[in-house]
Design a protein around this ligand. Structure first.
Ligand code: ZN
Ligand code: ZN
Length: 324
């Protein structure tokens, strides 16, 4: 059929999506059970990470600053002098379909709803509960009626069903320009699901921002993949990268979907990034590595492969970093 011939290779016939490699995350419920019930499993405990106050002088300086503030996990306030952008906003208690169960955050969000400046753009990397929180997006939409929600292909309806109307869904490599910033949705290696019946029915990816000042990428959630080299080739080297470095153990189960710090530094190199911040750690217990381990291993890794010491760092919850 002509329609099939025109179908990009990551669009499968049954309407679901796959990765650029053609390989989908196929972990079965049997394997999930094997992981959850493993007697030798390390069960991490929460840790009281230091929090700092965001730099409100910078944040509230009417779009004059170029900065990122880490609110926690994959959530950043990113200001680029043209826009105030929120990535994968999660400012509530749980990353779960239930208000009474599921991964509970042990580190408070670095900013409250009341402390956020006016938001112009919200980007969503995929629909997993730690990246798409219904209470948070509803509140952001209510407080910022003009904010545009940029979401992966197949996820627009979810927003419309929750009365969030200002939504644009993008396929990989499509872009959307807002006020001088070109925002491109890029492939990464992951998957999607919110219920037992919707696996890979919406897409997943990273968001690449380009304006006259710099380029920045938020990689969302990803395993190590050739996509990073392709992103650099197609869109250009990255000035600032927000790269996930946590939720990687046990490797046999997590390697496909999440990078460890060694893989994250390879991603940094593939993207030809100048500077990066490690994210996706220190907030929810999702996997088996000790919660304090990702920043320690990242530091070791940066040292081992002789990257400049301050090139790929982690920051404190709430910390504001200038992008200059
Ligand atoms: Zn995910
Ligand atoms: Zn995640």
């Amino acid at each position: 059929m002509a329609q099939d011939e025109n179908r990009p290779s990551h669009h499968l016939k049954d309407g679901t999506f796959t990765n650029t490699s053609g390989i989908s995350n196929n972990k079965s419920y049997k394997e999930i059970y094997k992981w959850i019930t493993d007697k030798n499993r390390n069960k991490p405990t929460p840790y009281n990470f230091e929090m700092v106050s965001p730099n409100f002088e910078i944040i509230n300086h009417e779009n004059k600053s170029k900065s990122v503030t880490w609110i926690g996990h994959a959530t950043f306030l990113y200001q680029n002098q043209q826009l105030n952008i929120l990535t994968d906003p999660h400012l509530t208690l749980r990353a779960s379909p239930f208000s009474f169960a599921g991964p509970k955050r042990y580190t408070k969000p670095g900013m409250t709803f009341e402390q956020l400046p006016k938001i112009d753009v919200v980007t969503i990397s995929h629909n997993h509960y730690d990246h798409l929180d219904v209470k948070t997006v509803k509140r952001i939409a209510k407080d910022n009626p003009d904010a545009i929600f940029l979401v992966p292909l197949g996820l627009k309806r979810w927003f419309l069903n929750r009365s969030i109307q200002n939504v644009v869904e993008l396929d990989w490599w499509e872009n959307y320009e807002v006020n001088g910033t070109i925002i491109t949705f890029t492939p990464v290696q992951h998957w999607s699901s919110r219920t037992l019946f919707d696996r890979n029915k919406s897409l997943w990816g990273g968001w690449y921002f380009k304006n006259k000042f710099h380029t920045l990428i938020h990689l969302g959630d990803t395993g190590y993949t050739n996509d990073f080299k392709e992103i650099q080739k197609r869109l250009g080297s990255v000035d600032f990268a927000l790269i996930p470095v946590g939720a990687y153990d046990p490797r046999w189960f997590m390697k496909f979907s999440h990078m460890n710090p060694a893989e994250a530094t390879q991603a940094f190199i593939d993207l030809d990034a100048k500077k990066a911040i490690g994210m996706h750690w220190g907030c929810f217990i999702l996997t088996d590595e000790p919660v304090t381990e990702p920043p320690i291993l990242l530091k070791e890794e940066v040292n081992n492969i002789s990257l400049p010491k301050d090139s790929f760092i982690t920051v404190k919850h709430g910390e504001t970093i200038l992008l200059d």
